[in-house]
Design a protein around this ligand. Structure first.
Ligand code: SF4
Length: 392
């Protein structure tokens, strides 16, 4: 079973946040291969499972054989099945809601949508779309457990919406396009609506000119954290390197020591700088190891390694023979970690069976940007200060 789609559009929806912000990124990135990680394989499998479950429920398909293939994958687990079931339930809720507006809402599952009227060779695959009485619901499953993604002003969602509109508006009245991102592993749903007319205006006046530039490999490089993060040229892009190094050259007013304001500004840069540095390092290392690339001033050496047992039973036998007891040389049995246990049992089932024994201790204090949604906490030192102030 192929787990990745066979073909990708150069100006596809998933990279739209990148090529719309930085048009030359599409052609520059074209020179570098797509890389598959375990995360992308897992996400692709979850989408496949979601498609099968939806087709089973709404089209009455027999999915036995395909389901077995999915379940045979090393990336399949009970937690994935539960998260996909949540998504399938969500689609059912949206269908029920649509039925309150019209008796026969239509559900489109995993459809290839085209928007070549606005973007050269523009196409993508939309996870789910429901049409009912003037409202078109475009729903995207995001299986990642990392960053929450907003539907509002999201160019990927707009392209799915545009593609679906162009496919279906000849047959249905569509006044409003509601775009929803469903992130089951974060327990998060983000929705945003746009009038169809506004979507078409955006496509004509903003999308189309930038897409033409991107297709031609023109336009200005515009580095930034969001667009560079997934760019295939991120490790070698000169514009990004200059941007990172320029920002790293922070101009301190006082040459002797940094003020706390200076420290705050440096902290704000560390995450992006570190990511960039790691990408450059990984790119250089891979080029040197895989392709024998010589990098001036650098060489390949044997890395450090940790000692490990070559034959555990033989070591145990030797130690037992020397008089050591099993209880001394073996660890006591340990439970699987929580993530592995959730994968084994399923998050909901684990919660039903043993939720009362699972706690979430207070996290250690962490310094984060002010924009972070978590409330500020007071440290012991600050509490002592507050106490002193109360006494004066
Ligand atoms: S790394 Fe950033 S600046 Fe460079 S091409 Fe990619 S998106 Fe544009």
């Amino acid at each position: 079973m192929t787990l990745l789609p066979d073909r990708h559009a150069l100006l596809g929806p998933s990279g739209a946040h990148m090529w719309l912000a930085c048009p030359p990124s599409a052609r520059l990135g074209e020179q570098y291969p797509d890389t598959e990680s375990d995360y992308t394989r897992e996400g692709t499998l979850a989408h496949r499972l979601a498609e099968l479950r939806l087709r089973e429920q709404w089209e009455g398909r027999d999915i036995t054989e395909q389901l077995q293939e999915v379940q045979a994958s090393p990336f399949y687990n009970n937690a994935m099945a539960e998260h996909v079931a949540d998504y399938v339930d969500f689609i059912a809720e949206r269908m029920a809601e649509a039925k309150t507006r019209c008796p026969d809402p239509q559900l489109y599952i995993e459809t290839e949508v085209h928007y070549e009227d606005y973007v050269p060779d523009g196409f993508g695959t939309s996870d789910a779309c429901i049409i009912a009485d003037g409202i078109m619901d475009v729903i995207d499953l995001k299986f990642g457990a990392g960053v929450p993604v907003e539907a509002k002003d999201n160019p990927q969602m707009r392209l799915y919406g545009l593609g679906q509109y162009l496919e279906l508006s000849w047959a249905y009245r569509i006044d409003t396009v509601r775009m929803t991102i469903f992130q089951p592993r974060l327990g998060r749903i983000s929705s945003s609506s746009i009038q169809a007319k506004e979507l078409l205006d955006w496509a004509e006046n903003e999308l189309k000119p930038v897409a033409a530039l991107a297709w031609a490999g023109g336009g200005e490089f515009h580095p930034g954290e969001d667009q560079c993060r997934w760019c295939k040229a991120a490790a070698v892009c000169r514009a990004r390197a200059e941007y990172q190094l320029e920002l790293a050259k922070y101009d301190f007013a006082d040459p002797a020591t940094m003020s706390w304001e200076d420290v705050g500004k440096v902290l704000a840069r560390i995450s992006d700088l570190t990511k960039w540095a790691e990408q450059v390092q990984a790119y250089a290392q891979s080029a040197a190891i895989t392709h024998g690339q010589i990098i001036p001033g650098w060489k390949l050496v044997q890395g450090r390694s940790n000692r490990k047992y070559a034959d555990e039973p033989a070591i145990a036998a030797a130690l037992r023979k020397a008089g050591y007891k099993a209880g001394e040389i073996y660890k006591p049995k340990a439970l699987l970690g929580l993530t592995a246990m959730e994968k084994l049992v399923g998050a909901k089932k684990l919660n039903q069976l043993a939720g009362q024994y699972i706690i979430k201790p207070e996290g250690a204090p962490a310094l984060v940007p002010e924009s972070d949604k978590r409330p500020a906490i007071h440290t012991a030192a600050q509490a002592a200060e507050d106490f002193k102030e109360d006494l004066t």
